[in-house]
Design a binder for this molecule. Structure first.
Ligand SMILES: Nc1ncnc2c1ncn2[C@@H]1O[C@H](COP(=O)(O)OP(=O)(O)OP(=O)(O)O)[C@@H](O)[C@H]1O
Length: 319
């Protein structure tokens, strides 16, 4: 769906994007993670042909950009920083103008198309109100509605939950998961680890313009080969497991080996255990390891989480 090779963008002496190779496969939710100023927006603009790379190649839906824009852009829905609307016109009328300006479908089905996307983004009740009375979050959702009008194969979203309250973040997340389930590929930039962690099937991390990490979520957070146990009698557990204990923090031990083998040794020795799981790195740990100190500026998992983690590992694409 998206492929870049050696893409670089310089603004004078500033290298905003530095030699990046992005790969986004059909059916993925690609989380493009980076701190503010790391080059996400510049990359998104190059994908859409709005900015020319200084060097390198951009392909979207199999066509070179910006050359293929006329054929590619009608199949892509995009939302970049603060979508612009006519404030004195209602949301629905703004969408009507947008719909009329693009090849989204026949005129006679316009009203139905607009009603459907307003419903999808949770603005059905306020579509008739002038946009100047909308909150930032409502404008963001209206922008997303505009991106959905053409039922895109690929959605490219730059910080889509910016300005949304926690409830709005959850709604957008659910909407993106629904779209993904019905076959839409989503490319989403964010500076929020939690957002990417809860949505992405593949993750790319941008740090000072460089792509320092790109892999499937499943691979990045794959089991380490160690087991985490929690025992009310950690001293007994240490006696039994000996050199296999990699670290200890109170009643929590990290032990070399798979859970079944570790469990068997503890059961045989009758050591009580209240928890025993495979150790997996968190996305935060993986990002910190790849991006180094600059990852500090990516907001950690606790921030803006907007509720419990949705979805299970099984639903994630691993390919
Ligand atoms: N038109 C421009 N002219 C000069 N410098 C620019 C221009 N656009 C972006 N930059 C610079 O390029 C770098 C990357 O900016 P970019 O907006 O792509 O980052 P970002 O990751 O999207 O950040 P944010 O989340 O704050 O938008 C920054 O140093 C920025 O100041």
């Amino acid at each position: 769906m998206i492929r870049t090779r050696g893409v670089t963008k310089r603004f004078g002496r500033v290298t905003a994007v530095d030699d990046i190779d992005l790969d986004v496969q059909p059916g993925e939710i690609y989380g493009f993670l980076g701190a503010n100023g790391s080059g996400k927006t510049t990359t998104v603009r190059m994908l859409l042909g709005l900015v020319l790379p200084t060097a390198g190649e951009v392909e979207v839906l199999g066509e070179r950009m910006p050359r293929g824009g006329r054929r590619v852009l009608p199949r892509v829905g995009a939302l970049i920083e603060g979508p612009a609307f006519y404030g004195h016109l209602p949301g629905a009328e703004n969408l009507s103008l947008l719909d009329a300006s693009g090849p989204n479908g026949p005129r006679r089905t316009r009203r139905a198309r607009i009603a459907e996307v307003l419903e999808q983004v949770g603005l059905a009740g306020v579509g008739s109100r002038p946009v100047k009375g909308y909150s930032l979050g409502m404008r963001q959702r209206l922008g997303l509605a505009g991106a959905l009008l053409r039922r895109p194969e690929l959605l490219i979203l730059d910080e889509p939950t910016n300005g949304l309250d926690p409830q709005g973040i959850v709604e957008i997340r659910d909407l993106l998961l629904d779209l993904h389930r019905t076959g839409t590929t989503v490319f989403l930039s964010s500076h929020l680890l939690a957002e990417v962690e809860q949505l992405a099937t593949r993750v790319g991390v941008l740090s000072r313009g460089r792509l320092v990490l790109q892999d499937t979520f499943a691979t990045l957070t794959a089991p380490t080969g160690a087991t985490v146990i929690n025992s009310p009698d950690p001293d007994a557990a240490v006696r039994v497991l000996g050199g296999a204990v990699l670290s200890r923090d109170g009643e929590r031990l990290v032990v070399h080996g798979e859970p079944d083998a570790v469990n068997a040794r503890l059961v045989t020795a009758q050591v009580p255990v209240v928890e025993l799981v495979r150790q997996r790195p968190t996305l935060e740990e993986v990002v910190l390891a790849a991006a180094g100190p600059s990852a500090d500026r990516i907001d950690g998992s606790g921030v803006n989480a907007g509720g419990p983690r949705r979805g299970d590992q099984a639903r994630r694409a691993t390919g």
